[in-house]
Design a protein around this ligand. Structure first.
Ligand code: GTP
Ligand code: MG
Length: 193
């Protein structure tokens, strides 16, 4: 994929607004603040294509980008407590609504913070992807916060906790660029299939 062609397409706040899938689709999901927007920016080599914030809950909509004829979808983060109940409900409807649709899921990149042991909401998310047999990989984020040995220990441990093949887990850092080429390769493979 020619990542330099990346552009923002549209932002949707309600699942009913989502456009019909007309091109291959790569979705990014994960807890609020896990680093979805940062990973997307790093993949396309742009600082601020997707909005990044130290405050969780920054991406409140489903944002569509286009990269060389492939849709990249930045989903709102789940699990952020400090918003109103109504807003949380809107988010979960939005994420749920997206996954309930008959979309062309070429690959779901599920992001998980490498520093934390398996969180309940991540278990649910990954369980859902496994149950639906959607093609997915796990990007373990913020690896720059751990040393090399600790990184691979955590990968093995999280693979066990989530019952996922460690091969499906890529250690990444949007800060150092670790694992970014590997994510690009997996995306390419999913698009070519
Ligand atoms: P929401 O849109 O709220 O769901 O968050 P998000 O998952 O899009 O996270 P975002 O990319 O906005 O990043 C959240 C915070 O984590 C920001 O302060 C980022 O700078 C930081 N961050 C993201 N990726 C990394 C990383 O690889 N390493 C480090 N050290 N910090 C990171
Ligand atoms: Mg975001």
């Amino acid at each position: 994929l020619k990542y330099s062609t990346a552009r923002f397409v549209a932002s949707y706040g309600e699942p009913e607004q989502l456009p019909e899938p007309t091109e291959p689709e790569i979705a990014f999901c994960g807890r609020s603040n896990v680093g979805k927007s940062s990973l997307l920016n790093k993949l396309v080599g742009r600082k601020a294509l997707a909005k990044v914030s130290s405050q969780p809950g920054r991406t409140a909509n489903v944002n569509f980008f286009e990269v060389d004829g492939v849709a990249f979808v930045d989903l709102p983060g789940y699990g952020f407590a400090r918003v109103s109940k109504a807003e949380r409900k809107r988010w979960s409807n939005l994420i749920g609504g997206y996954f309930e649709q008959n979309r062309s899921f070429n690959l779901v990149v599920a992001l998980v913070d490498i520093r934390l042991d398996a969180q309940q909401l991540d278990r649910q998310m990954l369980g859902f992807l496994q149950e639906r047999e959607l093609p997915f990989i796990v990007a373990l984020t913020k690896a720059d916060k751990l040393g090399r040995n600790k990184q691979s220990q955590q990968r093995a441990s999280l693979a066990r906790q989530f019952c996922i093949d460690p091969e499906a887990m890529v250690i990444t850092s949007s800060q150092t660029g670790l694992g970014i080429d590997e994510i690009r390769r997996r995306i390419q493979r999913a698009v070519d299939d």
